[in-house]
Design a protein around this ligand. Structure first.
Ligand code: NAP
Length: 459
């Protein structure tokens, strides 16, 4: 007979759901409660993936099945550190897994970063994905915009900024996002990478997709492609890199179609300063870079050449990586923006494992990798948790509902799986009833209280 254990997971995004599912499948004598700060599940998929990426959003279907199987209980609108603290969790569970992700923007310390019109990509993504905790309006009043970074988030932001709003209508964007994008006067979106075109961190589908956006011309610059910029035969070159090099090559000689908007890809541009006029972004200075002598390929490091270049711009979005948030009383690595851990076991400042605490996903290893990677990550964490079971401290409270009684006693309006099913059905019905001519699968409810109200009415 195996020891019965109770496990709490904080974060109902892909990382938390995969961890719960893998745990349920590898240790049958477990009850799992999955909490999220937001009233609805799915984390990054609902609030991070671009609305015009239905293929990735489709991962929700398998996550739905995992939660619908009934082995994991979902509770939304519960904040770790506020509604439940570490002590509460220890009193109710043998173990807790943190899967809270990385939702802040990494900092960029250059002059002018705090000017009006200088934004973090994560905030913009939250806006266009209808995150309940961000402002409903976004100041889209720039004609020329910079997006800093050469990763997929930069591509998402650049594409959403450049795309005509009507081409976004069939997605699940909230009405206010459609209105905001529709009124945008943008004509030119400039994406800047600090290294060369061989060092991009995009993925092929996402890069190629840029060239297919209606009424948007892709512009690349000859001086950014030095002789021999990409060597297909070099050691370690991946197929993905080869495909992307061909895509970039195909854009080098592509004539303008006279599109009303342009998306420029610049390479070898290290951010130096955001320039302002009357407190608002009016331009940006970059230093051109070059590979350090002898370095080639995707991992080549660059150095500044001393050549400064200026652009007139009215907005700057930095998409230079996300950053994990510290959780109260949980050991945190401030240099990496992750929970201190070894293989998913949370460790203190002396690298000793803390009984019953685990981490998985971006808060464990940092904000890199695609959604599928969180699965292998969860496997490692769960393997270690299961190996530790005999040594886990027993909780004081063993009743399945004692934690819910605690939340009730604190007036926490938590949502549950039944509530999500109701909210989901409500959003799908709103989509079907949309009077626009475009078929919309879903219209997201944005307001937190409204989400909670719809969910709790069905619980
Ligand atoms: P990322 O892939 O790590 O890219 C970050 C980019 O920012 C890199 O080009 C990096 O340049 C640059 N950067 C970092 N610090 C900088 C600085 N100080 N100045 C200028 N540039 C700087 O991160 P991400 O774009 O946030 O994406 C996170 C993960 O989510 C990635 O694995 C991504 O593929 C995934 N994702 C996937 C999709 C999709 O549609 N499939 C969408 C969004 C995100 P260096 O290379 O020089 O460091």
């Amino acid at each position: 007979m195996t020891k019965p254990i109770r496990v709490a997971i904080f974060g109902a995004g892909p990382a938390g759901i995969y961890a719960g599912n893998i745990l349920a499948n590898s240790y049958p004598n477990v009850t799992i409660d999955l909490f999220d700060l937001l009233p609805a599940p799915y984390g990054l998929i609902r609030y991070g993936v671009a609305p015009d990426h239905p293929r990735i959003k489709g991962i929700v279907n398998s996550l739905h099945e995992m939660l619908d199987a009934g082995t994991i209980r979902f509770f939304g609108n519960v904040q770790f550190g506020k509604d439940l603290n570490l002590n509460d969790v220890r009193h109710h569970y043998h173990a807790v897994i943190f899967a809270t992700g990385a939702i802040k923007d990494a900092e960029l310390n250059i002059p002018g970063i705090d000017l009006d019109g200088s934004y973090g990509a994560a905030d913009f993504v939250s806006w266009y994905d209808g995150h309940p905790d961000v402002a409903r309006t976004w100041p889209l009043n720039a004609e020329q915009v910079a997006v800093l970074g050469n990763g997929n988030v930069a591509l998402d932001v650049a594409r959403v900024l450049a795309k005509h709003a009507d081409d976004m209508l069939k997605t699940d964007i909230p009405a206010n996002v459609y209105e905001g994008l529709k009124a945008s006067p943008v004509t030119d979106v400039h994406v800047f990478g600090r290294r060369g075109p061989a060092s991009i961190k995009f993925t092929p589908i996402e890069l190629r997709e840029l060239g297919e956006v209606e009424d948007v011309d892709i512009v690349v610059y000859e001086q950014d492609f030095p002789e021999g910029w990409f060597d297909e035969d070099a050691e370690g070159v991946t197929n993905q890199q080869k495909v992307m090099a061909r895509v970039l090559e195909s854009w080098r000689n592509r004539p303008s179609t006279g599109a009303s908007r342009r998306l420029h890809l610049h390479f070898w541009h290290k951010p130096v300063e955001i320039l302002g006029t009357d407190g608002r972004v009016s331009g940006m200075t970059f230093e051109r870079t070059a590979n350090i002598a002898g370095q080639t390929g995707a991992n080549a490091a660059v150095t500044g050449t001393g050549e400064l270049v200026h652009y007139d711009l009215q907005a700057v979005y930095r998409a230079i990586g996300y950053w994990g948030s510290e959780l109260p009383e949980v050991p945190y690595n401030f240099e990496k923006g992750v929970i201190r851990n070894q293989g998913g076991r949370v460790v203190d400042e002396n690298d000793n494992a803390v009984n019953g605490l685990y981490a998985t996903g971006w808060i464990k290893r940092g904000p890199v990798g695609l959604i599928g990677h969180t699965k292998s990550d969860a496997m490692e964490t769960i393997e270690n948790l299961v190996a530790d079971i005999d040594g886990l401290t027993d909780p004081v409270h063993t009743g399945l509902n004692s934690v819910l009684e605690l939340l009730d006693s604190r007036g926490v309006k938590y949502t549950n799986w039944q509530g999500w099913l109701a909210l989901n059905a409500h959003e799908l019905a709103l989509g079907a009833a949309d009077p626009s001519q475009v078929q919309r699968e879903r219209v997201k409810v944005v307001d937190r209280n409204e989400q909670v109200g719809i969910s709790r009415a069905a619980q």
